[in-house]
Design a protein around this ligand. Structure first.
Ligand code: ATP
Ligand code: MG
Length: 193
């Protein structure tokens, strides 16, 4: 699965990706991270310095089923749009999952964005909110212009949910889905019988 994480600076994108990397490690999946900032991604992550290195590593049959993370897509790739497509393609064929992170929608090429089935959006510009709400066909994304730091809207399987990062526990907290009126009715009728 390809994941797209978009948001303005200092909103929590890398922190979220680090939590996902840690969760993957707990499930037995190692990660390969391209991060020009050089953050600490924990013991389960192999850090690569270039897109070429990531592609080479990810292509090797013995390295299948990893989580590939590209932080700061615009810096990492610059004019390497084609390479970013490569990462997305290799990921699919070699059983990898991948995460593309950008401060703006345009940091990640459209062809890659459209391959992403999971989306996390932190506070973003109105232009980006519109673009993403069009692409993922959900108006909840229009509200991301007003999100506080560390809060996001997630779309997966065409379902939008709000969530946040608890920085103290380093956990992702998702807002519970609202109970549908139909379900409430059924519960009521069950109780009265
Ligand atoms: N371990 C921590 N303890 C306390 N606060 C933290 C910790 N890690 C991150 N934060 C807070 O989370 C904020 C978001 O950081 P993060 O690096 O995830 O942002 P980002 O969206 O990746 O920003 P950028 O686009 O600049 O890379 C930071 O400004 C910081 O306040
Ligand atoms: Mg970051």
């Amino acid at each position: 699965m390809h994941t797209l994480i978009i948001g303005q600076p200092e909103q929590g994108k890398s922190t979220l990706a680090k939590i996902i990397v840690r969760q993957a490690a707990q499930a037995g999946t190692g990660s390969v991270v391209l991060d020009p900032i050089g953050d600490d991604w924990g013991p389960s992550a192999i850090i690569v310095d270039s897109v070429e290195d990531m592609i080479e590593y990810a292509k090797a049959p013995e390295n299948a089923n990893k989580l590939l993370v590209i932080d700061e897509s615009s810096i990492s790739f610059d004019h390497y749009d084609k390479k970013q497509h490569w990462v997305a393609k290799i990921a699919r064929h070699n059983g990898h999952s991948s995460i593309f992170i950008g401060q703006n929608v345009t940091d990640v090429p459209k062809g890659v964005r459209t391959m992403c089935t999971q989306l996390f959006v932190f506070a973003s510009s109105r232009t980006d909110a519109r673009e993403l709400s069009d692409q993922f066909d959900d108006d909840m994304l229009l509200s991301v212009t007003k999100l506080p730091k560390l809060h996001f809207v997630r779309i997966v399987n065409r379902q939008a949910t709000r969530g946040m990062i608890d920085i103290r526990t380093m956990q992702i907290l998702m807002q519970p889905a609202p109970v549908k009126p139909m379900v409430r009715k059924m519960e009521k009728s069950t109780k009265s019988t």
